[in-house]
Design a protein around this ligand. Sequence first.
Ligand SMILES: Nc1ncnc2c1ncn2[C@@H]1O[C@H](COP(=O)(O)OS(=O)(=O)O)[C@@H](OP(=O)(O)O)[C@H]1O
Length: 336
Amino acid sequence: MDANPVPPVRRRIVLPLCTMLFLCLYMFYSCAGPCASLPGSAPSAPSAQPGLLSQVLLRAEPRAPGEDTSISSFYSGSGTKKLPQAIIIGVKKGGTRALLEFLRVHPDIRAVGAEPHFFDRNYDKGLDWYRDLMPRTLDGQITMEKTPSYFVTKEAPARISAMSKDAKLIVVVRDPVTRVISDYTQTLSKRPDIPTFESLTFKNRTTGLIDISWSAIQIGIYAKHLENWLQYFPMSQILFVSGERLITDPAGELGRVQDFLGLKRIITDKHFYFNKTKGFPCLKKAEGSSKPHCLGKTKGRTHPDIHPKVVQRLREFYRPFNMKFYQMTGQDFGWD
Ligand SMILES: Nc1ncnc2c1ncn2[C@@H]1O[C@H](COP(=O)(O)OS(=O)(=O)O)[C@@H](OP(=O)(O)O)[C@H]1O
């Protein structure tokens, strides 16, 4: 028999209350860890990323403009959707997919896989639509996207600047001659009945006059497009990545990109191997996987043979624009 027995009525109230409290606390704490790695959330960050619970308690600081802070968004996954702070704006066929896939390995980068085409085709859908496409990020992580056509879209610089004057812009540039051949190869793979490369290139084959109304030719006049961006962004906010070095020295180019984004250099040469069959560098482990990963078949296509004289004429055509571009960027890309 108990020396000091609890009265039966109080026992009937206190015991269930304590059990409920204990259960609630248990559920709350056990959710804080796993919830942070729900599908679609950020990959587990290396060390000091605050967990869900600490984010609830710590998030008193002002939020970025346009950040989705609704309670529902918080409970439906870890982190919040933010407008991108960094965008790969070009160039088409420059190596933009390779760069984005490589960057996604970094625990502080979260990127949308598909191209949103917001600042060219979907601008009328509004910023909320755009933000909703983005993955959730934790504090300190950078949201990114890539749409290579932005670089040649007249309205894009003003529109991106209206979203954020501080946006960091990355342009992967490639020898305009191989770029136009790559562009043509892609179109040919989708529509095999298009005219020959030569007939699209020349307005007059005899005089060698280049048809600058062909958009694939226009894209490679980098200096002209860059002038448009410099009306809205200082050069310090634009990084030019060499598409050629992205293939021969991916870790070196990724080092520059990580510095530009203010990130620790986590992606190094240890992350890459050269796949002889593919003929390109591939990842030893892709984001969220332990398996090696090369880009798909649409990247690294075999180009058709173009007559050397045609290639030579295109080199002459692009040379002055390339020189201007080197001067503007302070970088010699070695295309001549
Ligand atoms: N690691 C790796 N693997 C495969 N391909 C690589 C890689 N690095 C750069 N590249 C080059 O990327 C070219 C395609 O460029 P983009 O991804 O910018 O093309 S697109 O504009 O998104 O269609 C693609 O062009 P093509 O060779 O003409 O197919 C590749 O040369």
